[in-house]
Design a protein around this ligand. Structure first.
Ligand SMILES: *Cc1c(COP(=O)(O)O)cnc(C)c1O
Length: 525
């Protein structure tokens, strides 16, 4: 008999090594094997009477082998899933400094409202007369999104930021086609610092992608844009604040250069969190921008729920917005569901992005967040996001290196690995050591324009005490680097249930299917 770590359970063996326990558990932290390993494939947790003899109507399609589901008692099944849930690290368990992702606090109020029966149980095929409240939520949310961005229209249905990018770029493509310029206008400019989804989106709908080099201060030079833009330019895709955590100060000049060349300005709005209530993208010359409700308006994401990526459109692009959209008429709210119907309202919808209407639950959460904060509260959330990131920048700038000098950042602060030079410790090692300290690491190696990037985005709702502890922890780690305590980093994490992983192999050849041990395979055949 062997225990879970392969130690023999015969008398004479004892648990002596400091890190080993007989069970593999660490105090009250339970290790949790796969459910297939916990349960037994040859027993069942429920008692069904054997079926009476019956004649199969499956025409020879019936299963020939065992289904292979593990049998567990009810408490075992419950413990399995509760223990798995305890292995989650999220914004509800601790500070989550992932940059470019905006892990916002998800107020329970949002959850409560989203679970109200009228919202939670609504069905997309219900007659419109029975979902007037839900449509009003969509209409009101649209109003707020247009108000906050200074834009003319909004397409709510895209289901994530990347999906929103696709929607906005398809609207741009449709506008170009309407002008009869499809054959010639097919290049999209994308800065080096852009999120990978930007060039991928442009390429997906057959635009050629031309890279815009970022200047030394981490921002885009409008002169370079003007040089690169021409009669073949369909659009520029620009993130502002950009992925280096910096506001593109020349954004208006960039918009002018693109417009002068006859192209459109697509803004990646994933970082809208930093500027809500401060700046309206519409005033900066933006033609289309997606908003990640799951980043900016507090709806959960990252395994916690679906995203939602509504796209706001300028007056020029508004007619091309996809269906469906909500209209408010004297008789109430109506859904314009197809392109012919849209044409009756003077729109040239390019089609639809998705079945039905998008992520209703996210709309409700986002609107609950907006209404509970009010205009001043939303502005303060942005100000606090920027303040918190700069507080961290100040707290670490003497130890860690800032690639673009010590200028203030927006809602996230970017360090590079110059300060780790010749220490034998990499950005990855440093991030792994943070796990031992109980922190989810920040975003690493992105953006690519910076060597060994560490992109830290605290959340605006973190208290000063929580930020102080985070800073103190990173300082302690940095001092450890200076003292040459390489081991603390190169083998980290030491305290996590799973140690250093081969991440390349995990990504390239993931094992997604449980393979039963041989004897069980045999028995099932
Ligand atoms: C998150 C992000 C995206 C993509 O958004 P998803 O909702 O993850 O699809 C695009 N651009 C930037 C800058 C982002 O941070």
């Amino acid at each position: 008999m062997l225990n879970r770590q392969g130690r023999p359970t015969t008398p004479g063996t004892s648990v002596t090594a400091a890190h080993l326990t007989f069970t593999g558990n660490k105090a009250l932290a339970q290790i949790e094997p796969l459910i297939f390993e916990t349960g037994r494939l040859d027993v069942t947790g429920v008692d069904y009477a054997a079926p009476k003899p019956f004649k199969s109507r499956l025409g020879g399609l019936e299963r020939k082998s065992e289904i292979g589901l593990p049998g567990l008692s009810e408490p075992e099944a419950m413990r399995h899933y509760v223990r798995l849930s305890q292995k989650n690290y999220g914004i509800d368990t601790g500070l989550f400094p992932l940059g470019s992702c905006t892990m916002k606090h998800n107020p329970r109020l949002n959850e409560k409202i989203a679970r109200m029966a009228g919202f939670g149980d609504v069905h997309p095929l219900q007659p419109v007369s029975t979902v007037q409240g839900a449509l009003e939520v969509m209409h009101t949310l649209s109003h707020w999104l247009m108000e906050l961005t200074g834009m003319d229209a909004v397409a709510l249905s895209p289901k994530a930021g990347a999906h929103g990018e696709l929607c906005g770029m398809m609207a741009i493509k449709a506008a170009i086609a309407a002008k009869g310029e499809s054959a010639t206008r097919n290049v999209v400019l994308v800065p080096d610092s852009a999120h990978g989804t930007n060039p991928a989106t442009a390429a997906l709908i057959h635009f050629a992608v031309k890279a815009v080099p970022v200047r030394d201060d981490g921002t885009v030079d409008p002169k370079v844009v003007a040089e690169l833009a021409g009669p073949d330019t369909a659009a520029i895709m620009l993130t502002n604040p950009n992925t280096c955590g910096l506001f593109e100060r020349d954004v208006v000049a960039i918009a002018d250069a693109i417009h002068a060349a006859g192209g459109y300005f697509y803004a990646d709005g994933a970082n809208f969190n930093a500027i809500v209530g401060k700046t309206r993208p519409g005033d900066l010359g933006v033609d289309a921008m997606h908003i990640n409700l799951h980043k900016t308006f507090s709806t959960p994401h990252g395994g916690g729920g679906p995203g939602a990526g509504p796209v706001v459109l300028s007056e020029r692009l508004a007619p091309f917005a996809p269906v469906p959209f909500v209209r408010h008429t004297d008789e109430g709210f109506e859904l314009v569901e197809d392109t012919d119907q849209a044409a009756q309202h003077g729109a040239h919808a390019f089609g639809r992005m998705t079945a039905f209407h998008g992520q209703m639950g996210m709309y409700v959460r986002a609107l609950a967040y907006m209404l509970s904060h009010g205009a001043d509260g939303l502005r303060q959330a942005s100000e606090d996001a920027v303040l918190n990131a700069n507080y961290i920048r100040e707290g670490l700038a003497d130890l860690m290196s800032l690639p673009f000098g010590n200028r203030p950042c927006m809602h996230e602060v970017l360090f590079d690995d110059a300060w780790l030079k010749d220490t034998g410790i990499t950005t990855l090692d440093f991030a792994k050591a943070m796990i031992d300290e109980g922190y989810h690491p920040m975003t690493v190696y992105f953006p690519l324009v910076v060597h060994g990037a560490m992109l830290i985005e605290p959340t605006e709702s973190e208290s000063r005490a929580s930020l102080d502890l985070f800073i103190a922890t990173l300082r302690d780690l940095a001092f450890s680097v200076q003292r040459g305590e390489t081991e603390r980093f190169t083998g980290a994490p030491y305290h996590a249930p799973v140690k250093r992983m081969d991440e390349t192999r995990a990504a390239r050849s993931p094992v997604l299917k449980y393979t039963p041990p041989e004897p069980i395979l045999d028995a099932a055949e």
